[in-house]
Write a protein that binds this ligand. Structure first.
Ligand code: CTP
Length: 397
């Protein structure tokens, strides 16, 4: 994944025990193609050495405003010009106070004041320090000044206390940073997504389900969120974590999924049905576990068809812009065209089941009134971003 290719990030570290987590963050950022210039305050060097950060970033690390390696003595200007963002992580109480007042008494603070690029900060502090009215005032001031705050979150703290002020985990900071750079083509839109399989009970210990992993639907929910939408993900049982900033509603059966979707479809601008909804459910669910019989006779199950969630939403008097999915084993174009007409949706996304199930990459083909539009084979997340851009273009038109 090269989500941060061609991005140069100035990573500022201030004094706090959370500095140890930034080692991991720098590795993940460089893995994704970012060039990372680490700048540390003197306090940060008490927790992690500049040598460690230099080894991880593969670049010189700066601490001192008067660093003799900078020929024109203007590290505070040189480092931010051409940078795509300054990311301060961890951002201490003291550093937030400095930033809110525009102080410039060390290299990192001076860089922030002299910046010509966006500034993102990741607060990390004890819960009382975060809750302190002065810190809250400073946080509000920084937001008003256009600074983006990532976190903090709640949980166990290094000091042994529990509460709000904990720094986001490195993978969360990374996800937020990547999202920050994505185009905001769906800003202000409400997007409803279904994902994963549904699971239909047979008896208290057995279910009828399918092999959908939910990866495509989750990738689409993430891509829509990155594009600035408010996203609700109605998910059948999967092993996946909800993408950051996405509201997930867990459901089990097709009927639960229908209820969760219909309760929100009226207020959605876009509905993307990615779930592999079980077509049938067992008519009479046994209240007790079905037992084997001595004669070896297999139980006979009677099935009834489940409601068509996408079709139901598309038939609303004022439906959201509806997007359907079709995973077929053959004859993709014919089945997709038929399904698009039957469900009454403007856009249907097709793929070949054997090429995508359980895998991390996919080839999507879009079908709309204008015909067939194949997208290049890519990771599910890259494909989801392309699809979201295509949906945004159609919705805007
Ligand atoms: N879908 C749905 N509710 C269902 C079945 C499907 O919302 N009960 C949605 C899926 O999320 C997908 C699209 O409809 O977006 C197509 O799903 P698919 O299972 O391929 O279509 P079916 O209608 O089940 O058609 P068939 O069984 O003939 O392939």
């Amino acid at each position: 994944m090269s989500d941060l290719a061609n991005k140069r990030i100035v990573l500022g570290m201030t004094g706090g025990i959370a500095c140890y987590k930034i080692c991991e963050l720098v590795r993940r950022m460089t893995e994704r193609g970012a060039t990372v210039d680490v700048v540390m305050t003197e306090a940060a060097t008490h927790f992690i050495t500049p040598v460690t950060m230099q080894a991880l970033s593969g670049r010189p690390v700066f601490v001192d405003q008067w660093d003799p390696r900078v020929p024109n003595n203007m590290a505070h200007i040189n480092l931010t010009r051409g940078a795509d963002a300054i990311l301060v992580a961890p951002a201490s109480t003291d550093f937030m106070a400095k930033l809110a007042h525009g102080l410039a008494d060390d290299l990192l603070a001076t860089l922030c004041v002299a910046r010509a690029c966006p500034l993102l900060i990741v607060p990390a502090m004890n819960r009382e320090m975060w809750a302190n009215p002065a810190t809250q005032r400073n946080a509000a001031q920084l937001r008003a000044d256009g600074v983006t705050l990532l976190g903090p979150t709640e949980g166990d703290q290094a000091c042994g206390e529990v509460g709000s002020g904990r720094m986001l985990e490195p993978h969360e900071i990374l996800e937020d940073l990547i999202a920050y750079f994505q185009p905001k083509a769906l800003a202000g839109k409400r997007v409803l997504v279904t994902a994963g399989p549904t699971s239909e009970p047979i008896d208290p210990v057995r279910v009828l389900t399918n092999v959908s992993s939910g990866k495509m639907g989750y990738a689409i929910a993430r891509a829509a969120r990155e594009a600035g939408a408010e996203v609700t993900l109605v998910s059948g049982p999967t092993a996946l974590a909800a993408p950051r900033g996405v509201r997930r509603i867990d459901v089990t059966t097709a009927h639960d999924m229908l209820d969760a979707v219909m309760g929100r479809a009226d207020s959605a601008d876009i509905f993307i049905a990615v779930a592999a909804v079980a077509d049938w459910r067992v008519k009479e669910v046994s209240a007790s576990k079905l037992k084997k019989t001595d004669g070896g006779a297999a139980p006979v199950l009677e099935f009834v068809q489940n409601p068509d969630i996408l079709g139901t939403v598309a038939a609303l008097p004022r439906p959201p812009y509806c997007v359907g999915f079709a995973a077929e084993t053959e004859d993709l174009a014919r089945h997709a065209a038929e399904k698009r007409a039957r469900k009454g949706v403007p856009l249907l996304v097709g793929n070949l089941a054997q090429e995508v199930l359980g895998r991390d990459d996919t080839t999507l083909v879009l079908y709309d009134d204008a015909g067939e539009h194949p997208l290049p084979r890519s990771s599910k997340l890259a494909a989801a971003r392309q699809l979201v851009a295509e949906i945004a273009r159609r919705v805007a038109a």
